[in-house]
Write a protein that binds this ligand. Sequence first.
Ligand code: NDP
Length: 507
Amino acid sequence: MTLTKKPESRPAPNSWGLAAGENPWEYAPAPEATDHIRIEPEYGLFIGNQFAPSKPRKTFTVINPATEEPLARVAHASKADVNRAVGAAHEAHRSVWSKLPGRERAKYLYRIARIMQERSREFAVVESMNSGKPIKESRDVDVPLAAAHFFYYAGWADKLEYAFPNRDPRSLGVAAQVIPWNFPLLMLAWKIAPALAAGNTVVLKPASTTPLTAYLFADVVRQADLPPGVVNIITGPGEIGMELVTHPDVSKVAFTGSTAVGKMIARALAGSGKKVTLELGGKAANIVFDDAPLDQAIEGIVNGIYFNQGEVCCAGSRLFVQESVHEALIEKLKARLGTLRVGDPLDKNTDVGAINSAGQLAKVQELVESGIAEGAEIFQPDCELPTRGFFFRPTLFTGVSMSHRIAQEEIFGPVLSVLTFRTPEEAIEKANNTPYGLSAGVWTEKGSRIFKMVNAMRAGVVWANTFNRFDPTSPFGGYKESGYGREGGIHGLGAYLDLSGDGQNGR
Ligand code: NDP
């Protein structure tokens, strides 16, 4: 792959005392210690508060994507294991959890949240080792937000009647939850916290590449003394996810992942009466008007697409820049890309870590090659990449047109496609011209323009003068091929309750 010119390096002032040619932006390595964590050589399925091997006993290996070294072996669940897990959850719902008053459920959720905070360093390190995300992100974003979800939904557990007045809210039963690899612990929290607060029990299947923080969470479940069967965690390939969501004793399904699998699940569950939420892919527009504070926008653009290596469903992967500021913005953006540090996820200075798997890296490479072949102009900073592991340089494409694959398809990697517009109407038309509708961003100093754009954008979340901000109180979800239903906030709670008033949805 060809590289275009390097970003200009800024000379350091003489007062810094550096030798000629010495890079002023070089950071000394600052690796996070790993000696305080313990990864077991093998993890069994977590059913009824016990870890046990799958039946028949079968395992697969989980690796560190930054080193390609094995981390652990985990159980490969069978159909019989799915039955056992759903059975345990069903029984726990019937005999214990649905009968506990909300204030008692809340105590467990608060306890989980506090233990997660106490063990936050351990969670952050394991998350970074298993997923490839930079430690500063797992430490400052994923883990605190995951704990915040438990705190937030703990607060609702004894107030369901106030959240949904005159609706006689009731739990649904067993929730089957299938989650992806980009935010393993955070997606677990998004799913488990509202489900438990609403009085349901759960069986969760993490992605096969990233099950380790889920198994660490299982340990927290035991530490918090949750009644056996309330939370069950099983690992295995996609077919096991399908067995789980279609199980007849499951009343609620929550899936986050690709649009392709989301469609398969929607088809499989049509007419089943199960409540379903699907949080799928995205191709968000991040729109910069000529009156936007450009330096602030640059940070938002970088956060929008290079955060978590761009493996974010709501990533701002299509940048729309008003023509009059295009040149100035691209110059600033290229300079900023040159300062991003790519490498060891456990180094506290790393901005862009490892791509989660060899398969995902191949997908990113293939789409980037299509961008070059279709005539877009590529820019990558000339940073060194580690010799092992699945790394990819932060990438910027200019001269992109709406028909290019890199403007249409979800890349799920650190790749930004830049397009231009002249009028707000053109920006709206282009931004909405996508099968997805998960998120969007607008950068302008005019409040009236923000309101106009927010209302015109067919996206579940629209950020103004910021990007990728998350809060447990705020609902998140999409339109069109980005799925349906909302997670977070009261909306996310409602998705786990029978609000028909007649108890007909509950099982
Ligand atoms: P998938 O949708 O395949 O995986 C997400 C989860 O679904 C995983 O737990 C996976 O299990 C499980 N799964 C896979 N197949 C099935 C099935 N038939 N029935 C039920 N569950 C299933 O995503 P990929 O990991 O394959 O990623 C492919 C692309 O999807 C990415 O390149 C990206 O574009 C998009 N994606 C979007 C995400 C989002 O947040 N919206 C998250 C992840 C990916 P297993 O890991 O065992 O395969």
